[in-house]
Design a protein around this ligand. Sequence first.
Ligand SMILES: Cc1cc2nc3c(=O)[nH]c(=O)nc-3n(C[C@H](O)[C@H](O)[C@H](O)COP(=O)(O)OP(=O)(O)OC[C@H]3O[C@@H](n4cnc5c(N)ncnc54)[C@H](O)[C@@H]3O)c2cc1C
Length: 386
Amino acid sequence: MGTGNEHSDVLIVGGGPVGALAALKLAGEGRRVTLVEARARDAAIRDARALALSWHSRQQLAAVGAWPAALPCTMIDTVHVSQQGSCGRTVLQREDLALPHLGVVVDYPALVQGLAEVLEAAGVDVRWQCRVESVRSLSHYACVEVSGPEGRELLTCRLAVLAEGGALADSLPGVKRLVHDYRQCAVLAEVATELPQTGVAYERFAADGPFALLPHGQGFMLVWTRGNDDAERLKQMDDEALCRELQQAFGERQGKIVSIGPRASFPLALRQVNRVISGRVALIGNAAQTMHPVAAQGLNLGLRDAIGLAGALRGAADPGDSRALAAYAAARKLDSHAVVGFTHGLIKLFDGHNPLLNSLRGVGMTALDVLPPLRRRFAGHLVFGV
Ligand SMILES: Cc1cc2nc3c(=O)[nH]c(=O)nc-3n(C[C@H](O)[C@H](O)[C@H](O)COP(=O)(O)OP(=O)(O)OC[C@H]3O[C@@H](n4cnc5c(N)ncnc54)[C@H](O)[C@@H]3O)c2cc1C
């Protein structure tokens, strides 16, 4: 186990991208931070996720040195939204927001491993390969039970921040999680197309489920939402058959679909807590809300949680101060509810094959496309949050 202090100002549970950003932000503001991460420091992260981050998120990470210089990423300059079976479409471009890029695509393992190096360089006390078993909030401090290679240990802090994805939230007084199982999986695979990718991220509401083709290196990363059984079928399908199925759903915008790589899948559910604070415990990132990836907003929103928490605690002598934490909860409510509602609404709106609804959706996309103020506003929400 690490050799840092046993009592810290802030103890963060989970060294995913959100926990790492919170640690860097709070340590940068002079707080004594301990981060506890279940994964071993150099363990290979087997996670196929390629994440689309808005340009704003990328800048927020860069501002605290949390965008490692050598991080491989692919720029997004255009977002092209369309629907199979209707001609309506919306195209958002970097010029709409006068930004150098709309966003970047980065592999989850590369981002997390890069952040581990940044945390070390910043001198944050990180306890690798340590799992938090329980968190308890007392009147003057929080108590965190950790198990690691050297056994169990109790750590104390003025504030405990859950950034571990949400499992620990269930034991917190007053915190309830709303869970909606979509009975869907996201199927991910690398895709090569005849025409080179030119910084366009495609979002296609196909008849059998929405998919994104995110620019990824020279090609694309496919993220296709399918019902659970159907996702399993896609995973077992031979490459040629899947290329044909994708081609049919996507059309010829990138010429022929040339090849498709091995598939990975992720079960999808919406989980949202009714409150993001409980005594001296605050929730951020996936611990506060885990959502469907259709709008590529989960991490973008989580990073804003981390920034919002650091902002609310600024100037508070005690980081577990109830007024500062209430300010954090209030500041994040609108953004969180709007993004979760928008994402869940998209899934519902594009569910089903009703021809009338199809036409209405097409008209909606065209309206967004031809009304620049509306389009800019929409793009602004996607990039900057609400
Ligand atoms: C298929 C898919 C595609 C997605 N695409 C996008 C996208 O394009 N854009 C986007 O913005 N979002 C996307 N997301 C969402 C995004 O992946 C998450 O929002 C993001 O990873 C949340 O980060 P986090 O740091 O909160 O949690 P996580 O990334 O889950 O990290 C949690 C960390 O906590 C650690 N941990 C867990 N339990 C404990 C414990 N008890 N003790 C100590 N450590 C613990 C874990 O080891 C892990 O390192 C996607 C999600 C999926 C499933």
